[in-house]
Ligand binder design. Structure first.
Ligand code: NA7
Length: 529
């Protein structure tokens, strides 16, 4: 069996940077990637309009000054092809490809207690032994398969936004049905509507969406950032969400109505995720949140001509921001087009896919193509898709049967030398993923160095430390409004999945401090052997 220092699972932003750091430590490593190419999220999600909702100058690696100076983004928010080009550039620039094996899915990772090593197997018959196993499997990588009855007999073409064909899809002249109205749907609907003869949007839950106001990247802004990129990154690392947004320490309820509306209007016209920081308590006070939600509702009414359609597009039963805020280009206005119809699945649920369309409890809609924008088994799906077994052969699937349990979102008690990058219990999806990825990778690399310097073979989270962390993550989550939504943060979008608020909402900067302190004190909460 091939012996390695480390196996990394996944060649997205996390896996590639991990590989780079492992090389720097002089460790042998192999990256296994299920896709036929590198890029993770940005390899798979090629649907029309796919674009990052974090701004380009923030959503990039900071580990190399030369890299961040030489790369030029074209837009305020980078589109998927440009991000994929960037990550491929990084792979070439740092000569990463020779240790990446694509088209290979890791099927199992089993800890051999006697040897203190992991045995990793793939669907291509690889079997390797590694001291460390690093899961860089992504938080939104396990696409939910559509399970609607009758799909197998559908005579048209169907697609999942998270598994989009590489050659693209031309919907010109077609009748198209989009199922779902999350981020992926909200980005793709305006583009599909412009191509299709008719677009039917099947909505279960309306979302809050704010305009991106995307534009060519302001070159002055770029120059200013690049002149002080180090400082820009430092602030991002210490911020709450991994990029700096103008914060306001005032309660939404502490200012007069006109002033409040003025603040919302300002943020709305700036666009993007910064809206949720308009006031300090939008995500902790229902009453404060109501004022922001009401502002959105009025916007929807003003943007959508047909009051009945506007009404249907209006979210009412969960607080703004407790499902990820969507960032769009022309989403609401698309419903003013004559060739777009919105269908309320709450009133008329999908009964089946028929050979030529989709049947709700009310009627049949004839379509040529179906687009499933139905999301992911978030945060745990990709990890539990691999048969991971720790001490005494304990499957991670069993350990997490009632929800994920981690120490710092990085490690699991009973699974020595196994690391997760942006695992559940870390800020991950509530943050700029690249900032969180770099923080985790750096922490893991630091930990490996410490083990080497102290002659230790393994590191393992203590059960007590894990328990304390899980409780803390849960407590902090419940200080916010997040648990009030049926979101994928809560596991609520996957039937049968335990309802637990999975990410850590204590803030990126605070979380970094906690992790650094654990390391500085000789890895408190861990057993080193
Ligand atoms: P999301 O945000 O999970 O959205 C999925 C959408 O699909 C959402 O509107 C769901 O409605 C809907 N959905 C899911 N299953 C069904 C079924 N069975 N029937 C009808 N409608 C369904 O996934 P996205 O890909 O859009 O975005 C994921 C993240 O990627 C996003 O937050 C960004 O961070 C990037 P529901 O709300 O569950 O009622």
């Amino acid at each position: 069996m091939r012996q390695l220092d480390a196996v990394v699972v996944g060649a997205g932003f996390a896996g590639l940077y991990m590989l780079h750091r492992l090389r720097g430590l002089g460790l042998s490593a192999r990256v296994f990637e299920a896709g036929d190419g590198i890029g993770g999220t940005w390899y798979w999600n090629r649907y029309p309009g796919a674009r990052c909702d974090v701004e380009s100058m923030d959503y990039s690696y900071s580990f190399s000054e030369a890299l961040q100076q030489e790369w030029q983004w074209t837009e305020r928010y980078a589109a998927q092809p440009e991000i994929l080009k960037y990550i491929n550039h990084v792979a070439d620039r740092f000569d990463l490809r020779r240790d990446v094996q694509c088209s290979t899915r890791v099927t199992s990772a089993v800890f051999d207690e006697a040897a203190g090593r992991w045995t990793i197997e793939t669907d291509r018959g690889d079997q390797v032994s590694a001291r460390f196993c690093v899961m860089a499997t992504g938080c939104l990588s396990s696409a939910q398969a559509p399970t609607f009855p009758g799909l197998e007999g559908f005579q048209g073409r169907w697609y999942h936004t998270g598994r989009w064909p590489h050659e693209g899809v031309d919907f010109t002249g077609q009748r198209v049905g989009v199922i779902g109205t999350g981020s992926s749907a909200i980005q793709s609907i305006p583009i599909i509507a412009a191509q299709a003869a008719h677009l039917y949007v099947f909505q279960r839950t309306p979302n809050y969406s704010i305009p991106a106001h995307n534009a060519p990247l302001d070159r002055d802004f770029e120059r200013r950032v690049k002149a002080e990129y180090g400082e820009f990154r430092r602030q991002a690392r210490e911020s709450r969400v991994g990029f700096v947004m103008e914060r306001n320490d005032v309660s939404a309820l502490a200012v007069p109505r006109e002033q409040r509306e003025g603040e919302y209007e300002k943020r709305w016209s700036r666009g993007g995720l910064g809206f949720s920081a308009t006031f300090a308590d939008l995500l902790t006070s229902q009453e404060a949140n109501d004022t922001a939600a009401e502002f959105f509702r009025a916007k929807i009414r003003s943007l959508v001509r047909d009051p009945a359609v506007a009404d249907l597009l209006t979210p009412r039963d969960y607080p703004l921001g407790t499902k990820r805020l969507c960032v769009d280009t022309n989403y609401y206005a698309t419903f003013n087009r004559d060739n777009v119809t919105l269908i309320d699945l709450r009133k008329t649920p999908i009964e089946a896919i028929s050979p030529h369309g989709l049947r709700t409890s009310e009627r049949e809609y004839a379509v040529d193509s179906l687009v499933f924008a139905i999301g992911f088994d978030a945060m745990t799906g990709a990890l539990l898709g691999i048969d991971i077994r720790g001490r005494a052969g304990q499957p991670l699937r069993d350990k997490w049967a009632a929800g994920p349990r981690t120490y710092l979102g990085l490690t699991v008690a009973g699974f020595p030398n196994l690391f997760m990058i942006t695992g559940p219990g870390s800020p991950s999806v509530l943050s700029n993923m690249i900032v969180s990825i770099e923080q985790h990778v750096d922490w893991i690399a630091g930990c490996m160095t410490y083990l080497r310097e102290h002659g230790q073979a393994t590191i393992e989270a203590e059960a007590g430390a894990e328990e304390t962390w899980v409780t803390h993550v849960n407590e902090v989550g419940h200080l916010t409004l997040y648990p009030r939504a049926n979101s994928w943060y809560m596991g609520a979008n996957v039937p049968g999945k335990p309802r637990i608020f999975m990410p850590y909402i204590g803030g990126v900067g605070t979380y970094r401090q906690i992790c650094d302190e654990v390391a500085a004190k000789g890895y408190t909460g861990f057993t080193l052997q």
